[in-house]
Design a protein around this ligand. Structure first.
Ligand SMILES: Cc1ncc(COP(=O)(O)O)c(C=O)c1O
Length: 410
């Protein structure tokens, strides 16, 4: 979002016009920022045979998925439903990596039927799968490198107590399963968490994976997951992708020099690709002065954007209606029947009832984590692309909320 000629704009369109297109609350995505992020990632890893899989859990709108595909991205899917959505959006099975955790074995079987690539992160599944499919269906193996990383404990996935991955210390078990079942391994995977600032963490993880890679002669790729941090606050910094690209490039070149077939490096970013591309636009319904606080109450809540309440995430907030307004302190709260605070004691341009606020960094894990709590419909979504704003999801109605209910009598 930029302030140009006294008006906030997204991809050139005035933000007030975007709100008028679908009403509020509404998610708005800027395709130009998604493009910028994909290109930035590619440019940072030019020395590496790189493949980018978009972690679609971050934002699964079909139009966004199709856009990702036109940018040359594959798909990282964590549920069989994400796989199906990806296929319906036009991804080929070979462009989708299915990386579930703790799912029923039938989801793996369905993934085999659909022909997508499979990533296994448990020894028992590996053994079961190996007995069923032998060398007919190659798999990637997700290892847990035992690295504590990530913005907070709920988004840390690579530490010793984590439910994700097969421990690197269980390598011998893995080798035994492969030997007895004939299962072929085409890739190794790790993902240590989200919001990881330090490029060193990725290098450390890569080093661990490279160390065990010698035990898997048939691999063609190393999937180093994601977790790149993006800036949230005005003075925040993100992961130094360019530095990571340079250092990893050198390390991988040494690794590949000793192999007959070079391996590709895969990343599967969600946040990095779509977080900054999205805003959630909300209207201020009430400005409420209590004895201690001035609340700006908006027409949305944790039902539409749960990250602040779930793990204390920070979203910049801009008063779109008042670019020149005098700064004052507000606590921005939603309309849900429990505490759903988006921001505590935040400096905003003076807020009046009816003002339009924009929550920044809302593209990732915004809509995709939204719910119908308090029987509120989920908001519409707009994509601004090539200077044009298009509604890519309508607002839910009360009929949508009731559509799956069956009459059980009284
Ligand atoms: C396996 C896997 N890959 C990729 C991602 C995307 O992470 P991020 O949005 O931090 O880029 C996640 C996030 O939870 C994940 O679990």
């Amino acid at each position: 979002m930029e302030l140009k000629d006294g008006t906030y704009r997204i991809g050139g369109s005035p933000v007030e016009d975007l709100a008028a297109l679908a009403g509020t609350p509404v998610y708005v995505y800027d395709a130009g920022i998604i493009d910028r992020q994909v290109h930035r990632l590619r440019a940072a890893f030019t020395d590496i045979p790189l493949r980018v899989l978009y972690a679609c859990k971050a934002l699964t709108n079909m139009t966004v998925l199709r856009h990702m595909r036109t940018l040359g991205c594959g798909l990282d899917a964590v549920s069989i439903q994400e796989v199906e959505i990806g296929l319906r959006a036009g991804f080929l099975p070979k462009e989708i990596l299915f990386t579930p955790n703790m799912v029923a074995y039938s989801e793996y079987q369905r993934a085999v039927e659909l022909g997508v690539m499979i990533n296994i992160d448990s020894l028992s599944v590996l053994e079961h799968f190996g007995h069923d499919f032998g060398d007919r269906v190659p798999v990637c193996i997700r290892f847990n490198p035992h690295i504590m990383a990530g913005g907070n404990e709920r988004i840390s996935t690579g530490h010793i107590d984590s439910k994700f991955g097969i421990s690197i210390h269980q390598l011998r078990h893995v080798e035994r399963v492969l030997a007895t079942t004939g299962l072929r391994v085409n890739g190794l995977h790790m993902h240590t968490g989200s919001d990881i600032l330090d490029a060193e963490v990725f290098l450390q993880g890569a080093e661990i994976i490279l160390e065990i890679a010698g035990s898997f002669p048939s691999i063609t790729f190393l999937d180093l997951g994601s977790g790149f941090k993006v800036p949230y606050k005005p003075d925040d910094i993100g992961t130094d992708i360019e530095d990571l690209g340079k250092q990893l490039g050198e390390r991988l070149a040494r690794f590949n020099a000793e192999r007959t077939t070079p391996v590709e490096v895969w990343f599967e970013p969600g946040k990095f690709l779509v977080s900054e591309a999205g805003v959630l636009l909300v209207r201020v319904d009430q400005v409420k002065h209590t004895t201690a606080t001035v609340f700006a109450g908006v027409d949305s809540g944790l039902n539409h954007s749960i990250r602040p309440m779930l793990y204390g995430s920070y979203h910049g907030i801009v008063n779109v209606s008042s670019p020149e307004g005098k700064p004052r302190i507000y606590t921005v709260a939603g309309y849900i029947c429990e505490t759903d605070t988006f921001a505590w004691d935040r400096k905003l341009a003076e807020v009046h009832e009816g003002d339009l606020l924009a929550f920044l960094n809302a593209g990732a894990y915004g809509y995709s984590m939204a719910s119908n709590y308090n029987s509120r419909p989920r908001p519409p979504e707009i994509l601004v692309k090539d200077g044009k704003a298009q509604l890519i999801r309508r607002r839910e109605t009360i009929e949508d909320l009731l559509a799956t209910q069956l009459d059980g009598g009284t």
